[in-house]
Design a protein around this ligand. Structure first.
Ligand SMILES: Nc1ncnc2c1ncn2[C@@H]1O[C@H](COP(=O)(O)OP(=O)(O)OP(=O)(O)O)[C@@H](O)[C@H]1O
Ligand SMILES: [Mg+2]
Length: 301
């Protein structure tokens, strides 16, 4: 569905996307996980036909997106970081008007509006003003809107950022249903749970580059091991513990007052000889993968 090769986005002298390559298969949910400024939105805007490609190749459903940004806008649905809903018309009319924009006639646009309202559990809110919706409903409406035109590919830029955990779960449930309906989804996120739950495959981005790619499980297995050790130095023992960990030969990253230690060959790190610290083990996650790749924390909120 998507093929990017050596894709670059520059803003003046600044390079936001530094020649990335990836493929998205038909029917899969593909994620871009990375912190603020990683280049996720810049990449998604090029894929959406909203921002010109500086250089490299970008094919969307067989269309050369670098040459025909307008034609890709017809086959995709876009959910941007800012919703752009019209507060002066009803929830249903926001959807219908969006359908007109895609060339649907009035009856078809109305029918599609009702179908997506139903699907996204907003049926009873169709006559309300957009301003009367909660944050979570508003986000569902923005996602619903992208489906009015029956897109083959839906691009979602941080679909749940800023939502409370309950609303986030609702959006996740609906994205999971969509995924089962066979539509191809590309989404960005800084939430590792979101990437782990929804994405079949993902890339980890930082500073305009792709640092790792694979299924969530593959990335965790390859880059963090099944289990990581968390080492909390006792008071005054940080330097000593750091030295012992360096000598142990395991890959280690320090975040806050805790060292995260990765095992070797899928086994957990044997730290039985380390003294002056409390050691516990837990299942590795994508956060650990990011930490091992960059030495930094993924969370920035
Ligand atoms: N229109 C622009 N002009 C200049 N620089 C820009 C522009 N848009 C983005 N950038 C820069 O490009 C880099 C990547 O930004 P981008 O918005 O793609 O990141 P992101 O991964 O989406 O981050 P976030 O998680 O904060 O949304 C940032 O350093 C940003 O400041
Ligand atoms: Mg962004």
């Amino acid at each position: 569905m998507v093929r990017a090769a050596g894709l670059v986005k520059k803003f003046g002298d600044f390079t936001a996307v530094e020649g990335i390559s990836f493929e998205v298969r038909r029917g899969e949910t593909f994620g871009m996980l990375g912190p603020n400024g990683a280049g996720k939105t810049s990449t998604l805007r090029m894929m959406s036909g909203l921002s010109p490609v500086t250089s490299g190749e970008l094919g969307i459903d067989g269309i050369d997106a670098t040459a025909n940004p307008r034609s890709i806008r017809d086959v995709i649905g876009v959910v941007s970081q800012h919703d752009g809903l019209d507060p002066d018309i009803s929830v249903r009319d926001n959807l219908t008007v969006y359908g007109f924009y895609f060339g649907l006639d009035r009856d078809t646009a109305r029918r599609r509006a009702d179908e997506v309202l139903d699907f996204f559990d907003l049926k009873t809110r169709g006559g309300d003003s957009v301003d009367d919706l909660s944050g979570g409903m508003r986000r569902r409406l923005t996602i619903a809107r992208a489906f009015v035109s029956r897109p083959r590919l839906v691009i979602l830029d941080e679909p749940t950022t800023g939502l409370d955990p309950g609303s986030r779960n609702r959006v996740w449930e609906q994205l999971a249903v969509l995924k089962n309906s066979g539509v191809t989804v590309v989404m960005s996120t800084h939430y590792m749970e979101e990437a782990a739950i929804l994405c079949d495959r993902l890339v980890i981005m930082d500073e305009g580059r792709i640092l790792g790619a694979g299924t969530p499980d593959e990335l965790i297995q390859e880059l963090a091991g099944a289990e990581v050790a968390q080492v909390r130095p006792e008071e005054g023992q940080r330097d000593s513990v750091q030295r012992q960990l360096q000598e142990s030969g395991y890959e280690t990253a320090e975040l806050g007052a805790i060292f995260t230690v990765r095992g070797l060959n899928g086994d957990r790190a044997d730290l039985s000889k380390v003294s002056g610290a409390r050691i516990s083990y837990r299942a590795a996650n994508l956060e650990d993968v990011f930490l091992m790749l960059t030495g930094r924390d993924l969370r920035d909120e």
